[in-house]
Write a protein that binds this ligand. Structure first.
Ligand SMILES: Nc1ncnc2c1ncn2[C@@H]1O[C@H](COP(=O)(O)OP(=O)(O)O)[C@@H](O)[C@H]1O
Ligand SMILES: [Mg+2]
Length: 397
């Protein structure tokens, strides 16, 4: 985002564009003057409110694609439509008001404070001072930077992660419908990167922008993307699909190689639990009499039962071996803490199982017991995810 580009827009209406817009690339190619093909014949549609990721090796044309969308670079052929409108027909200044842009390094103006940086676009749009200040403080808080502590610092006085947050705040300043993010988290260390990804996903849940996010890191792509375009040299899209599809059914050898041999494991992280995956062992209550429990276990031909308390919350489990005597279930049941919420990923379920050294994990909807996952049902769920019948968790951990 080059500040000078906004100078002419002072006449423009003060408000940002707001609503998320579709981005369509229609036969777009870019050949640089020296003959290098940056991208060749791209046909891609980025759905409104979705986070689409462009992933691929260095030099495959990701940045070129981004820069054509906000017209830093003009395409050699084809059309780019933003909300159905040909971007080449839109005044570049108007266009960039609708598109936030976050990049890895050259993000912030070094000689300006964080506050001044974040307020760049609203100021150039002619907002009055009070409104700019209010918006800047709101945005800094949104991205996790305390305006009082960090607002008056210069970029050099921030950590890498804090700089990236400030960069995201600045891109959101005029509430654009579209965000282009070019390797925004690549320069920060893995721990900070994961935290930024998590916060960014949470932010996206509330703002629901159309986001095109570039990375060369497939782990990052599957973690945050609603859809992923895997690109190869020369700007070819090898596959454009959901993370589960990319990992479960790579379209060709290039994609399979790019996502790696451990794609099965990666798929666990992007596949959500479906209630149809759950096993339903007999359910008993802490106050039930042991004689009734034995009958229930026998009827179901089960070796153990899930134990709920009187409020239907998970209490633990009871094995057939311990279901002896004539007391109540509560006296013999074992407590069990291994549970995950219904929206969790299979990876979270698996991790919980390992953490508690348990043979199963309970799945709860709020406090309500839904069923259990075992290693067998987990495996079946994973297989089904390849067939595309299991819902994905957006960016589940
Ligand atoms: N201004 C330019 N002139 C000539 N070639 C360029 C220029 N910018 C990028 N390229 C080339 O275009 C290809 C795609 O570059 P780029 O879009 O930056 O890739 P990525 O972002 O995927 O790493 C590369 O081969 C790169 O060297
Ligand atoms: Mg690049």
């Amino acid at each position: 985002m080059d500040g000078t580009d906004f100078r002419d827009s002072r006449r423009a209406p003060a408000d940002g564009a707001g609503g998320a817009e579709e981005i369509r690339l229609d036969g777009v190619s870019k050949t640089y003057p020296d003959g290098t093909v940056g991208v060749a014949e791209l046909d891609l549609t980025f759905a409104p409110g979705e986070l689409s990721v462009l992933v691929g090796p260095s030099g495959c044309g990701k940045t070129t694609t981004m820069k054509m969308i906000n017209r830093i670079i003009e395409p050699s052929t084809g059309r780019i439509l933003l909300g159905g409108e040909d971007v080449t027909r839109v005044d570049p200044v108007q266009l960039r008001r609708r598109i936030g842009y976050v990049i890895q390094s050259v993000g912030l103006f070094p000689h300006q404070t964080v506050r001044t940086n974040v307020g760049t676009v609203p100021r150039l749009l002619g907002w009055d001072r009070k409104r700019v200040t209010a918006r800047v403080d709101e945005l800094l808080a949104t991205v996790g930077l305390d305006p009082v502590r960090f607002g008056d610092r210069y970029p050099a006085q921030l950590s890498g992660g804090q700089r990236q947050r400030a960069g995201v705040a600045r891109a959101l300043a005029a509430d654009p419908g579209v965000l282009l993010m070019d390797e925004p988290f690549s320069a920060v260390d893995p721990v900070v990167r994961e935290r930024l990804q998590t916060e960014f996903l949470r932010l996206q849940e509330t703002v629901r922008k159309t986001i095109v996010f570039v990375t060369h890191d497939i782990e990052e792509a599957v973690r945050i993307g609603d859809r992923i375009a895997v690109m190869s040299e020369g700007g070819h899209v090898e596959q454009f699909a959901t993370p589960a599809e990319i990992l479960g059914r790579p379209a060709n050898a290039f994609v399979a190689d790019f996502v790696g041999a451990d794609r099965g494991l990666k798929r666990l992280a992007v596949t959500g639990i479906d209630t149809s995956d759950l096993e339903r062992p007999p359910v008993v209550h802490v106050d039930d009499r042991m004689t009734d429990v034995r009958a229930a276990l026998e009827r179901a031909d089960a070796r153990w039962a899930v134990v709920l308390d009187s409020a239907e919350h998970l209490h633990g489990w009871l094995s057939a071996e311990r279901a002896t005597g004539s007391g109540t279930v509560g006296t013999a049941a074992r407590r069990m803490e291994a549970w995950v919420p219904a929206g969790a990923s299979l990876k979270a379920a698996f991790a919980t199982m390992l953490q508690h050294e348990a043979g199963w994990v309970a799945v709860l909807d709020g406090d309500r017991f839904l069923g259990v996952l075992t290693p067998e049902s987990l495996h079946a769920a994973l297989r089904r995810s390849v067939e595309g019948t299991v819902p994905e968790t957006a960016g589940a951990v």
